[in-house]
Design a protein. Structure first.
Length: 342
């Protein structure tokens, strides 16, 4: 009997591993934040057609779709002279603004991580804190000190029990559990981009000044590996199957792809700053580096997008061919992106 049950479970496991990735749907949408315009543009992921452009707060930097699959949170970062202190909420399906959440003065919100219960983690860079926000009640539930400089990006484990905050100024990752920081992990100078594998076992951190990516064991909280990256690695994303890690390298103008298991490089996709592929306005001169930043990977793991903030477009990537296959034009200074995939 035990052997039969074990065989059945093994069969289920194999079937799950072999299950095809979700196919693209016409209802799939991407939210692109235009930092220089103080707007968010919603486009159809399949066609690239613009659905709506919505005013948000000043200096929007990061976007994240909440657990309901249709509400998108936007961190209104502000600027050095006037720190932002709001989170704007958008209805991705309707293409409208829902409202805003007021944060403590001087917050300068940046990184966002949706929790499975509908709440939202927000890095308050100006306060050296991680905020726990209830979007439904439109209020801040907790303010958790990180004790680190420039707490910029955040991810959480799949169950939401533990969070990891990348601190640019301190070159570290703060581990938060419950209501407090439980560990400070040195990674490298300029620790900024951060991603967690779908199984919650590893955290990848892009150290932009060290030109490296550190890999942390999410259980032991130790750095277990490091890979060299091209100039100024600034964002990291892991595909939903856990097989590949994408790193956008701002200064070299390319997306590096690594095998997430072996940590060996698979290839690189160069992003040119020329206006080919339908872009209607480009701020960079032809041949200049496009200052790529924000990354987004589709659930099918075959498509991805990278924002060229310095050239005013978003490049559509084919992860099977490792090539740029199109360009989206939203607004000026595109950066953070989020996907609502049905």
């Amino acid at each position: 009997m035990r052997e039969t049950i074990a065989a059945f479970l093994l069969l289920l496991s194999g079937a799950a591993a072999a299950a095809p990735a979700p196919a693209p749907r016409s209802s799939d949408r991407i939210v692109i934040l235009n930092k220089s315009d103080d707007t968010a543009t919603i486009v159809e992921a399949v066609t690239g057609k613009s659905v709506a452009t919505i005013p948000v707060g000043h200096g929007p930097h990061e976007a994240a779709v909440l657990a309901d699959g249709r509400t998108c949170a936007v961190s209104d970062y502000g600027d050095r002279e006037k720190p932002g202190r709001t989170i704007t909420l958008l209805d991705v399906e309707k293409g409208t603004k829902i409202g805003a959440i007021e944060l403590p003065s001087g917050a300068r919100p940046h990184g966002l991580a949706p929790l499975p219960d509908g709440r939202l983690l927000v890095t308050a860079e100006g306060l050296k804190e991680l905020l726990v926000v209830d979007p439904k009640a439109r209020r801040v539930e907790q303010q958790i000190p990180t004790f680190q400089d420039v707490s910029h990006m955040v991810v959480s484990t799949p169950d939401g029990a533990r969070a990891f905050v990348a601190n640019i100024g301190s070159g570290s990752v703060t581990v938060v559990e419950g209501r407090k920081a439980i560990r400070q992990i040195p990674t490298g100078k300029g620790a900024e981009g951060i991603a967690i594998t779908p199984d919650g076992r590893q955290v990848w951190v892009a150290n932009r000044e060290a030109d490296t990516v550190s890999v942390i064991d999410a259980r032991s909280l130790e750095v277990i590996g490091e890979v060299a990256a091209a100039k100024f690695p600034i964002r990291v994303k892991i595909t939903s199957d856990g097989r590949r890690a994408l790193v956008s390298c701002a200064s070299s103008g390319e997306v590096a792809i690594f095998d997430a298991t072996t940590r060996r490089p698979i290839g690189r996709i160069a992003i040119a700053a020329t206006p080919e592929g339908g872009a209607t306005h480009v701020s960079s001169s032809p041949g200049e580096r496009p200052e790529i930043v924000g990354l987004l990977v589709a659930p099918d793991n075959r498509r991805a997008w990278v924002a060229a903030a310095g050239a005013d477009f978003v490049a559509a990537l084919d992860l099977e061919k490792l090539a740029v296959v199109g360009r989206l034009v939203a607004g000026h200074g595109p950066d953070g992106m989020a996907g609502a995939f049905r």
